[in-house]
Design a protein around this ligand. Structure first.
Ligand SMILES: NC(=O)c1ccc[n+]([C@@H]2O[C@H](COP(=O)([O-])OP(=O)(O)OC[C@H]3O[C@@H](n4cnc5c(N)ncnc54)[C@H](OP(=O)(O)O)[C@@H]3O)[C@@H](O)[C@H]2O)c1
Length: 248
């Protein structure tokens, strides 16, 4: 099945890696960026760029309206590229805001435009303390304090907007810590790592095969269970884009 896809955050760490996989699967993609230069790059990669700041609600709605998507993919985050500790305080607040307010907007617009499915980026390390590995049914850490509290509350808000906005079919991908091209790390972390290509692949599988609900997306590890994604989506943490070249 081929879909019309609105990819919010097309030039980010995961959005960018999704483009060849989506193109190869034959989907028609409209992707957002705020930068004219990145828009040209998106066009050269074979998707239709749209210049929009997601805090401009009217423009976002118009962009989605003209894209007429079947599926919206939300890969928006607002973090500094190098995760510089001096910039992280402010970034954590801005990122929680984008997760809460902008996800609410995307969900409402998607329902208004009768979009069938919304797939959004979440985190695999927001679980409340408890026995590990955490399954998707485990509670999130709603009582966390300080910076973690800000992040987890943003994640809970995002997941609520995605999963509890019927009739939209919502899927959240609880990603581990990224490494690989365009991310802040070359090598896997020793917590819950996931390569950006495998993370992007999970989002494409979620469009095609996912059931509404959350999926942990990380390499095998002792903290977070990943069997649901493997079994239901047929996902593999070993997927790399060079394994599956884009069609001409
Ligand atoms: N799970 C993880 O480990 C994780 C998760 C997320 C990010 N990170 C790390 O954080 C760093 C930055 O990642 P990134 O490049 O993906 O994130 P990013 O640059 O913060 O944002 C991702 C996408 O969100 C878009 N965006 C942000 N604010 C927007 C707004 N107001 N309106 C429209 N679009 C907006 C950006 O669009 P523009 O093209 O307009 O800039 C970009 O395409 C990387 O090192 C990454 O590895 C890690």
């Amino acid at each position: 099945m081929r879909y019309r896809i609105f990819l919010a955050g097309a030039a980010g760490a995961i959005g960018n890696r999704m483009i060849p996989i989506l193109r190869d699967a034959g989907h028609a993609v409209v992707g957002t960026t705020r930068s004219a230069a990145k828009a040209e790059t998106l066009r050269s990669l074979g998707i239709e760029p749209v210049l929009v700041d997601v805090f401009d609600a009217e423009r976002l709605l118009r962009a989605m309206e003209s894209a007429r998507p079947d599926v919206v993919i939300h890969q928006l985050t607002d973090l500094p590229q190098k995760l510089d500790p001096r910039l992280m305080g402010e970034a954590i607040v801005g990122n929680a805001r984008i997760r809460d307010e902008r996800t609410r907007n995307l969900g409402a617009d998607a329902n208004a435009l009768r979009v069938r499915r919304l797939v959004a980026q979440s985190l695999a390390w927001a679980y409340a303390p408890g026995p590990e590995p955490h399954a998707e049914s485990d509670p999130l850490d709603a009582g966390a304090q300080g910076a973690r509290g800000t992040t987890v509350r943003g994640v809970i808000a995002l997941e609520d907007w995605v999963l509890k906005s019927p009739p939209l079919e919502g899927i959240v991908l609880r990603y581990g810590q990224f490494y690989g091209p365009g991310s802040h790390a070359d090598k896997p972390s020793n917590f819950v790592p996931v390569h950006v290509d495998a993370a992007a692949y999970a989002a494409v599988l979620a469009i095609e095969r996912g059931q509404p609900g959350p999926y942990n997306i990380a390499q095998s590890n002792v903290h977070v269970a990943t069997d649901k994604a493997r079994t239901e989506l047929g996902w593999s943490a070993d997927f790399r884009i060079s394994d599956k070249p884009a069609r001409e």
